[in-house]
Design a binder for this molecule. Structure first.
Ligand SMILES: [Zn+2]
Length: 138
């Protein structure tokens, strides 16, 4: 009985964990989730050039890239994930700084909400949390 109950608890935990990962990545698959889109050569080549140099990549990587970019689009110089802007790596810190200053020093919650509403990148939640942990005023 005890073992059974423990198994059920573990299963529930795993399901919950899976769900959280899904929310965090918003539908990005495991492989893509680990890599920033701006540093994902296959995806960026597709997004910029619209096609791939097939000699550079293996089939698995190309298929993954094609699947990934379906959720992204470019408009002029801006990259979007669905309706969310995907800022370049170098822009992110300044962006969070600005939002956090506007919203006020109330810890991570409101800043995180605002970022989630407007921006997307694979580790944005961790990024914001880390930034707020370093904030002297919070
Ligand atoms: Zn603060």
């Amino acid at each position: 009985m005890v073992v059974e109950a423990q198994t059920m608890v573990n299963e529930a935990k795993n399901r919950q964990r899976g769900k959280n990962v899904e929310i965090m990545g918003q539908g990005e698959d495991d492989q893509s989730r680990q890599m920033d889109i701006w540093e994902d050569n296959v995806s960026m080549e597709l997004l910029i050039g619209g096609h791939l140099d097939t000699e550079l990549y293996d089939t698995t990587n190309m298929e993954r890239g094609k699947k990934r970019v379906m959720k992204y689009h470019r408009s002029k110089d801006t990259l979007f994930f669905k309706n969310l802007v995907v800022p370049r790596l170098v822009e992110r810190r300044i962006l969070i700084e600005k939002i956090h200053k506007e919203i006020g020093h109330f810890g991570e919650m409101w800043t995180l909400d605002e970022v989630k509403k407007r921006f997307f990148w694979h580790d944005r939640i961790e990024f914001v949390k880390k930034f707020i942990r370093m904030c002297e005023k919070c």
